[in-house]
Design a protein around this ligand. Structure first.
Ligand code: HSE
Length: 429
C-alpha cells in the first residue's frame, strides 16, 4: 500500500513562507490578526503593523506597531503587504509603493481598487507582483476567484446580487422587526458592518465600487463606478416599504450585470422588489448573495456573510493562503473580451413614487402601466430607458424613490412591440 502511495503521490506544490507587513488595525485588521493566530499551519508571520494613531489602546503589545510606513515598505524581509486601512487615497499610495517594490499585496479596499483599477493592473504587469482582493467584494463569498477561474469562457450571461451587507441588514431589520431606518443603521454601524462614512453604504457607492470590480472579473469590462447607474436605499420611504409588504415582496439593493446581445453589457445598482421565489429573498441581514447565469450550467447561487470583521478576514486569509502558492489574477477576460462594452441601450420596468408636492414628469417614461394619486404621494409603474437614468438626476431628488420591478428587463423586441402599440393607442401612430 505504501509503495502505491509513493508511486502515485502528486508532487507537492512549492509554497513560500510569508512575512507580512500589516497596514491598519481596525475592525478587519484586528479580525485578521486573531484569525492568523488561530491558523498556524499557514506559516505566515505578521512582522510589523503600521497604524495611524499610536495612542489608541490595543490588545497586543506596543512593540508590534509603528507609525512609519517605510518600516514595512523598505523591509526586504517583508514579502507581503496587507492593506486594511480606511482611507482609499492613502491605501492607494501604500499599495502602489508595495507593488513597485515587488511585494505581493492583499487588500479589501473596494473604493481604492475600483477607483484605480487600470493603474493597479498596469502596476501588477510592470512589476510582476500580485494584488489579491477577494475580501473587497461580498466579504466571505469567494466570488472573484470563481468569476476569474470557473467562468473562464464567454458563457457567463449575467449575474445579480446583494453586494452590500449594511444596506441588506438595514432593510431586513426594517422589514422583519419594524425598526426605523435610523435605528437599523446604528446597529449596522455598531456591529462593524457599515463603512466609517455610512453614506458610502446607504447611497450605493460601496455597492457600485464592488460592481465595478466584479464586472472586470466577470466580463473583462472595465467601468468606473461613476459611469454606472446606481443609487442606494436612503430615499426609500415608509410608504414604499408598506406597499412592498402589501404586495408580499421585499425591497433589496441589487447589483445587476447582464449581457445585451453579443457585445454590450448592462450594469447598475438599484433597489428592487424581490418576490418570495427569488433566490435573493432568502438573503437577510448582513449576508450577501449572488446568482450567476451561464449557458449549460444555468444558475449558480452564492451566499455568505458580506460584512463584518471575521467574514472579511476569512477572505483576506484565503488570499494569503493563495499567495503561498504564487497565485495571481490573470485578468484573462480583459485581454480576451475587450469587445464587451458597457452600454445604456436597454429599458427597465420601475416603480417610482413622489411624496408631498413633488410632481413626477410623465415624459421621463417610455410608457406607463399604472398611475396612482394617493393622499400623500403619487406613484407609477412604468418603463424607463437606461439612457434617461444615466443622463438625469431627477430620480435621485428629494421625495422621489425608484425601485425596480421584480423582472425589470424589457428587451428590444418587447420594447418595439409595446411602444408601437402604446403609440397607436394614443393615436400618435
Ligand atoms: N460596508 C460594507 C458592507 C462592508 O456593508 O457591505 C463590506 O464590504
Amino acid at each position: 500500500m505504501s509503495g502505491i502511495k509513493k508511486t502515485f503521490a502528486p508532487a507537492l506544490p512549492v509554497s513560500r513562507d510569508l512575512r507580512i507587513g500589516l497596514f491598519g488595525f481596525g475592525v478587519v485588521g484586528n479580525g485578521l490578526y486573531e484569525v492568523l493566530q488561530a491558523t498556524p499551519a499557514l506559516q505566515s508571520v505578521i512582522k510589523k503593523i503600521c497604524i495611524k494613531n499610536p495612542g489608541k489602546k490595543r490588545l497586543i503589545s506596543g512593540e508590534h506597531f509603528t507609525t512609519q510606513a517605510s518600516e514595512l515598505l523598505d523591509d526586504a524581509e517583508i514579502n507581503v503587504i496587507l492593506e486594511l486601512i480606511d482611507d482609499a487615497d492613502a491605501a492607494y499610495e501604500i499599495v502602489k509603493a508595495a507593488l513597485q517594490k515587488g511585494k505581493s499585496v492583499v487588500s479589501a479596499n473596494k473604493k481604492m481598487i475600483a477607483k484605480h483599477f487600470s493603474e493597479l493592473l498596469e502596476l501588477q504587469q510592470e512589476f510582476g507582483a500580485a494584488l489579491l482582493y477577494e475580501g473587497a467584494c461580498c466579504a466571505s463569498i469567494p466570488i472573484i476567484r470563481n468569476l476569474e477561474e470557473y467562468y473562464d469562457n464567454d458563457l457567463l450571461s449575467a449575474f445579480r446580487g446583494i453586494i452590500n451587507g449594511s444596506t441588506n441588514y438595514i432593510l431586513t431589520r426594517i422589514d422583519k422587526d419594524n425598526l426605523s431606518f435610523k435605528e437599523a443603521l446604528l446597529e449596522a454601524q455598531q456591529l462593524g458592518f457599515a463603512e466609517s462614512d455610512p453614506a458610502l453604504d446607504i447611497e450605493g457607492h460601496d455597492a457600485a465600487n464592488k460592481l465595478s470590480i466584479l464586472l472586470a472579473h466577470a466580463f473583462g469590462t472595465v467601468v468606473s463606478p461613476e459611469e454606472l447607474i446606481y443609487t442606494g436605499i436612503a430615499a426609500i420611504k415608509e410608504s414604499d416599504a408598506n406597499l412592498a409588504r402589501q404586495r408580499k415582496v421585499q425591497i433589496k439593493l441589487v447589483g445587476t450585470a447582464k449581457r445585451i446581445g453579443t457585445d454590450k453589457l448592462a450594469a447598475f445598482v438599484l433597489p428592487q422588489f424581490v418576490s418570495a421565489d427569488d433566490e435573493l429573498s432568502n438573503v437577510s441581514n448582513e449576508f450577501n448573495g449572488l446568482v450567476t447565469e451561464s449557458s449549460f450550467a444555468d444558475k449558480h447561487f452564492f451566499k455568505g456573510k458580506g460584512a463584518g470583521a471575521f467574514p472579511t478576514a476569512a477572505a483576506v486569509l484565503s488570499d494569503i493562503a493563495a499567495l503561498r502558492y504564487n497565485y495571481k489574477y490573470e485578468y484573462k477576460k480583459i485581454a480576451q473580451q475587450a469587445n464587451i462594452i458597457h452600454s445604456h441601450d436597454y429599458y427597465l420596468r420601475v416603480f417610482v413614487s413622489a411624496s408631498g408636492d413633488t410632481v413626477l414628469d410623465k415624459s421621463n417614461f417610455e410608457w406607463i402601466e399604472e398611475w396612482h394619486n394617493d393622499v400623500n404621494q403619487s406613484w407609477t409603474i412604468a418603463v424607463i430607458s437606461a439612457k434617461n437614468l444615466a443622463a438625469t438626476r431627477w430620480w435621485k431628488e428629494d421625495g422621489i424613490s425608484l425601485i425596480l420591478c421584480e423582472d425589470p428587463f424589457i428587451d428590444n423586441v418587447q420594447y418595439k412591440k409595446i411602444s408601437k402599440l402604446s403609440l397607436s393607442l394614443a393615436g400618435i401612430e
